[in-house]
Write a protein that binds this ligand. Structure first.
Ligand SMILES: NC(=O)c1ccc[n+]([C@@H]2O[C@H](COP(=O)([O-])OP(=O)(O)OC[C@H]3O[C@@H](n4cnc5c(N)ncnc54)[C@H](OP(=O)(O)O)[C@@H]3O)[C@@H](O)[C@H]2O)c1
Length: 289
């Protein structure tokens, strides 16, 4: 059992912190900006809550963060009441936010300056993956720190991997988002075409999903896409945040991402249709407008 702090009880953080308490059996203290959520979490899982990130992180062996973006992350870590104000030497800061590789490297330096360690550990698997404790976690950091952190992360994960030094977890998550963007647009075009051709989409997917065109998106999203239901899952606003990070990184490392840049603009069109909170599979709605 370890002493664990968890900062950010959103759609993802709330159940992840719950798994650390219940499945991991750790001594968990949470912080959330909106205090009602930390109270609800403490009530549901029987853990403790603190009034600031710094208070939550005091004495913790592992400090998890899962907030929105780079600025939110800087605020709960390096800010006035941030966790780095109180983390003890030897403690490990593990960030599950989808953020830039730049902020990961920045926090790695800041944590080391305090005698602590840092691992960037963005996740994939969505709300269902967080609730069921089966997330994929892509880590960046040093092997010795990862070896200590992995058994703790395991409480909410099915797959955990160390991809390289600090920032490598975020870079891997960027690849994840690049691959998703292209696949979803292809699937949207396929379903759109099939409808125009007068085919039964269920029958089509039943057959082609067993062949080379099959994908997680096809298996899990074709039915709702065909029914025009987009009101669930990973929101477009988050995807655009992620693709913004991807495209900025590509500008700096010279990668050519023409399809990703195009799909990012398509998501902009969906936002203009009022789809900010729609699922990423709503690229089809744009074609059918
Ligand atoms: N949702 C998904 O399917 C999914 C999948 C993979 C990765 N992710 C990534 O995981 C991260 C969290 O996603 P989520 O869906 O859990 O988001 P969310 O439900 O919007 O929760 C965001 C959390 O961050 C807190 N927060 C935001 N800004 C803050 C600040 N400046 N100071 C303190 N706390 C702050 C929020 O506090 P309040 O409660 O006070 O607003 C909330 O607890 C994001 O980076 C997202 O891209 C999400």
């Amino acid at each position: 059992m370890a002493k664990v702090a968890f900062i950010g009880l959103g759609v993802m953080g709330f159940p992840m912190a719950g798994h650390l308490k219940v499945k991991g059996g750790h001594d968990v203290t949470v912080y959330n900006r909106t205090a009602a959520k930390s109270a609800a979490w403490a009530e549901k899982f029987g853990g403790k809550s603190a009034p600031t990130p710094a208070e939550a992180a005091k004495d913790a062996d592992f400090v998890f963060t899962c907030v929105g973006n780079d600025d939110d992350l800087r605020s709960v870590t390096s800010g006035e009441d941030g966790v780095l104000q109180t983390m003890k030497p030897g403690a490990i800061l593990i960030d599950n936010t989808t953020a830039s590789a730049e902020v990961a490297r920045e926090l790695d330096v800041a944590a080391k300056a305090k005698g602590c360690a840092f691992i960037d550990a963005p996740v994939s698997g969505g709300q269902a993956g967080a609730e069921n404790g089966v997330l994929t976690v892509m880590c960046g950091g040093e092997q010795a720190d990862y070896d200590k952190a992995k058994p703790v992360i395991d409480a909410f994960a099915r797959m955990v991997g160390l991809m390289g030094p600090a920032g490598s977890g975020q870079l891997t998550k960027m690849i994840n988002q690049i691959c998703i963007a292209g696949v979803v647009q292809g699937l949207a075009e396929g379903i759109h075409f099939g409808k125009r051709a007068g085919l039964d989409i269920e029958k089509v997917v039943d057959v082609i999903s067993k062949g080379a065109a099959g994908s997680w998106q096809m298996e899990n999203r074709h039915k709702t896409m065909n029914e025009g239901k987009y009101d669930f899952g990973f929101a477009i606003d988050w995807m655009r945040k992620d693709l913004g990070i991807v495209l900025a990184e590509a500008r700096s490392n010279g990668a050519k991402l023409p399809l990703t840049a195009l799909v990012d603009q398509f998501y902009g069109d969906v936002q203009a249709m009022g789809g900010n909170r729609w699922d990423t599979s709503s690229l089809l709605a744009r074609l059918e407008k």
